[in-house]
Design a protein around this ligand. Structure first.
Ligand SMILES: NC(=O)c1ccc[n+]([C@@H]2O[C@H](COP(=O)([O-])OP(=O)(O)OC[C@H]3O[C@@H](n4cnc5c(N)ncnc54)[C@H](O)[C@@H]3O)[C@@H](O)[C@H]2O)c1
Ligand SMILES: [Fe+2]
Length: 381
């Protein structure tokens, strides 16, 4: 038996942030990063809280790829203040920190129900509607997803005004994260019609609006559409889960601090090729792997189609490479110029082990062997 649920109530459109004046909570802890806390935009969040006479405090210690140490700092802040809700304001790092802080604090001291409202300021992770939170363990060079329904936010507020300040490189990385979520949800072994419907819409929006949002951050329409796409893709993978692309990207993030979306984007052409096995020229059409058909459907949504399914999947790989080039995302680790060959190859064995253990890898359409994961990491160099 399967089920599909959207637990998070989503507020969007003009004046969505006005919801903050009406929330059924009185004392809130805002969790954000130092950039957002000092930004002029922060008043868009504080003003409606003040209007609604809410009492609030700000915890602004979030850092990218939140490490356990920052989470425990947040747990202390939450238990000292004892809010009846947390408002996460920021990218995936702030939202994931908030989820983990609430979860762990209430395990230390369950002082009552605490609501969680997520306000994303990047169009990327979809974390505002998912039961996932990714936490880093820098000493062990590990990054792992926590998965529990109790992590899911109660409310999400989507206001694309908050995303306009995102610089082009982060727009590119986070936008490719959206695309990867949607694509992995479409080919996952846990895919289902509900998740696929959401993912396909997200893919269509990325195809039309990602490059526009990258080229002009003030293109309000493109920003709004990418903000919707991010949330739709989050809903999709919350149900269908992800795959090897995320399993391997987490290790690149943990080991070399490559931004999450960028690591996904760079791996994407390799993972599509691996999952569809399109480099095996000798195979007859009847032997194509099941992912081929689903990738071909995605390619068609993007307006790419060719005279057979394999060629169509190739055009999807080419489209991803085109997007990477257009948005100045390196195609290989060596092209980044920041990681030495020795360092990278020295980490591959450990990264491959960790990628195979990553919860996201479980739902990949092709069950990877270690030698294959090692090979993909090598090709990425
Ligand atoms: N929970 C999930 O379901 C899920 C899914 C995918 C990824 N993740 C995790 O989320 C994290 C990545 O999140 P992210 O990609 O949103 O990036 P992020 O939250 O780490 O932010 C990236 C950078 O952008 C800056 N930033 C954020 N909003 C901005 C704005 N409006 N204007 C200018 N700068 C802004 C931040 O200060 C930061 O420096 C990773 O840890 C990743 O593993 C979680
Ligand atoms: Fe992601």
């Amino acid at each position: 038996m399967k089920s599909f649920e959207i637990k998070t109530k989503i507020y969007f459109g003009d004046q969505a942030l006005d919801r903050l004046a009406e929330i059924p909570y009185q004392k809130v802890l805002i969790i954000t990063d130092p950039f957002m806390a000092q930004s002029k935009m922060f008043s868009l969040v504080l003003d409606p809280l003040k209007k609604g006479n809410k009492e609030f405090e700000v915890f602004k210690e979030v850092v990218p790829d939140p490490p356990i140490e920052k989470i425990s700092q947040g747990v202390k802040a939450m238990l000292a203040y004892r809010p009846d809700a947390i408002i996460a304001v920021g990218g995936g790092s702030a939202i994931d920190s908030s989820k983990s802080i609430r979860e762990f604090a209430l395990r230390v001291e369950n002082y009552g129900e605490v609501g969680l409202i997520a306000i994303p300021t990047t169009s990327g992770t979809g974390s505002e509607v998912t039961s996932f939170a990714v936490v880093s363990e820098p000493k062990e060079q590990l990054k792992y997803p926590l998965v529990s329904p109790s992590l899911t936010p109660d409310e999400a507020i989507l206001d694309a005004e908050l995303v306009k300040s995102v610089p082009p490189a982060v727009t590119a990385d986070t936008g490719m994260d959206v695309f990867t979520h949607a694509l992995e949800a479409c080919v996952s072994v846990d895919r289902n019609d509900f998740a696929t419907a959401l993912a396909e819409k997200a893919i269509e929006l990325c195809g039309v609006f990602l490059l526009r949002a990258y080229l002009d951050g003030n293109d309000t329409h493109a920003r709004q559409k990418m903000h919707s796409a991010s949330c739709l893709a989050g809903l999709a993978f919350n149900s269908a889960s992800l795959g090897l692309n995320h399993g391997m990207a987490h290790q690149l993030g943990a080991t070399f601090h490559i931004p999450h979306g960028r690591a996904n984007a760079m791996l994407l052409p390799h993972i599509i090729e691996y999952n569809s096995d399109i480099n095996k020229h000798s195979k007859s059409r009847s032997e194509y792997l099941p992912a081929v058909k689903r990738y071909a459907t995605v390619a068609q949504i993007l307006g790419l189609s060719s005279y057979n399914e394999i060629m169509t999947v190739r055009s999807l790989v080419n489209w991803v490479q085109f997007m990477l080039k257009e948005m100045d995302i390196p195609l290989s680790i060596s092209q980044m110029g920041t990681i030495s060959e020795e360092e990278y190859f020295g980490a591959i064995d450990r990264m491959a082990d960790a990628a195979l253990l990553d919860a996201c890898t479980e739902t990949n359409p092709r069950v990877p062997r270690k030698v294959e994961v090692v090979q993909i990491y090598k090709e990425l160099w």
